[in-house]
Design a protein around this ligand. Structure first.
Ligand SMILES: *Cc1c(COP(=O)(O)O)cnc(C)c1O
Length: 394
């Protein structure tokens, strides 16, 4: 029997839409009225609130997570020739910054059920040059942090976490930052807490925080907020050649209110993920969802399915075309870093080096997942997914 075609919706359903309401609008208008646009009182308040939220002593706001990762590595003293272990199943930010600093990335394969780095493989990659590990808490599910922390302590390594997906995540009841020496967060347009562009670095280490603060604003001894006060003009000195990574108050204004709403966002995302899981439960031969372990609190950043193309006459890219035809916005998190042309041509990576990563890299799609996703729109995504799968069974 022919399977019914599904009517195409009228409007495009985006992969992500940030949830911003009157609180954010009023706060941004307040900044505009005040005439203070760059880093100032709102970003400072956002930093204080974020430090409290994550339970860390210091939070340094920046204009991206990429910037926070870069600053973390430089502030921690990593330098040319040092080796850093990090997964290939990630966004290129941390590894690109390693290339800029001539730090040697040492890529690691994943565990298939969470797509997180496989902590069991870490020890085999440690050499006398290894200085740090950059775990990525994929889709908001923390890596196995107790075992990773124990390994890092045993070998004297730093853990600089890429928590771009994991602002809310906890491992054994403790925020991801509690297990790490420094942690970088993203507030990019599609992240759970969104300021459009933005990031944060948290740490309990006073010296690392001081250095990060310095590096994030040119290496200047005094930031603008402190320079232009009623106390009078103060000269500034360049004490190290830093970067221009500070977060403007217009972004801080958004962050203040997004942070307050984050617990309600997370609860909604969890519900949406569970609804997707239930809707695909009978299709496990074709669609593999991410597992969530009992001892973690996930941030449910992404709803990722792996398309088991070996059991279908359609592959992941065919699915992407199908979603496109039905006006559904889809993400791919991620095509493995070691399969990208620059890394293949300049670092000698080849297919076959990280088999589990490659298996996932070829099969992942991320379905629409955002606070304001309606039941009707989610049902449409489910219907189209089921149709594409059921009409392509081998
Ligand atoms: C989004 C993302 C980043 C980069 O965040 P920016 O704030 O855009 O720099 C880094 N790592 C991962 C895993 C990400 O998903």
């Amino acid at each position: 029997m022919a399977i019914q075609q599904i009517p195409v919706r009228e409007t495009f359903l985006p992969f992500y839409r940030a949830y911003l309401d009157d609180d954010e609008k009023a706060e941004v208008l307040d900044s505009l009225d005040s005439g203070w646009l760059t880093t100032g009182p709102k970003t400072k308040r956002f930093e204080a609130d974020f430090a409290a939220y994550t339970g860390q002593k210091h939070a340094v706001a920046m204009n991206s997570c990429t910037a926070a990762l870069h600053v973390a590595m430089v502030a921690a003293g990593l330098r040319e020739g040092d080796e850093v272990i990090t997964p290939s199943m990630t966004f290129p930010s941390a590894v690109n910054e390693m290339v800029h600093e001539r730090i040697t990335p040492v890529l690691i394969d994943i565990e298939p059920d969470t797509l997180n780095m496989d902590v069991d493989l870490v020890e085999s990659l440690i050499t006398e040059r290894t200085k740090a590990i950059v775990p990525v808490h994929f889709a908001g599910h923390p890596v196995e942090q107790d075992r990773l922390r124990a390994l890092a302590d045993k070998h004297g390594l730093l853990i600089l976490g890429d928590a771009a997906h994991a602002t809310e995540s906890r491992f054994r009841g403790r925020h991801v930052s509690a297990w790490e020496d420094a942690t970088a967060y993203s507030f990019y347009a599609t992240k759970n807490l969104s300021t459009g562009e933005g990031g944060m670095l948290t740490t309990n280490d006073d010296a690392l925080a001081d250095q990060a603060r310095l590096l994030s604003l040119h290496g200047m001894s005094r930031d603008a907020w402190k320079r232009y006060t009623e106390a009078g003009y103060k000269h500034w000195d360049i004490v190290t050649p830093g970067y221009k990574y500070n977060m403007p108050d217009l972004m801080g204004a958004l962050g203040l209110h997004q942070l307050r709403k984050l617990p309600s966002f997370t609860a909604k995302r969890q519900q949406l993920c569970q609804y997707y899981d239930a809707a695909f439960a009978d299709l496990r031969d074709y669609l593999v969802p991410l597992q969530v372990r009992d001892h973690v609190d996930s941030a449910y950043h992404l709803y990722v399915l792996q398309i088991k193309s070996e059991n279908l006459t359609i592959d992941r890219d065919g699915m992407l075309d199908g979603y496109q035809r039905h006006k559904i916005g889809i993400g791919v998190h991620f095509r493995a870093l070691h399969l990208h042309p620059w890394y293949q041509e300049n670092r000698g990576y080849r297919r076959g080096m990280y088999p589990k990563t490659e298996y996932a890299s070829d099969r992942v799609v991320s379905l629409p997942l955002f606070t304001a996703l309606s039941r009707e729109d989610q049902d449409y995504v489910i219907e189209v997914t089921r149709h594409l799968i059921l009409s392509h069974r081998k």
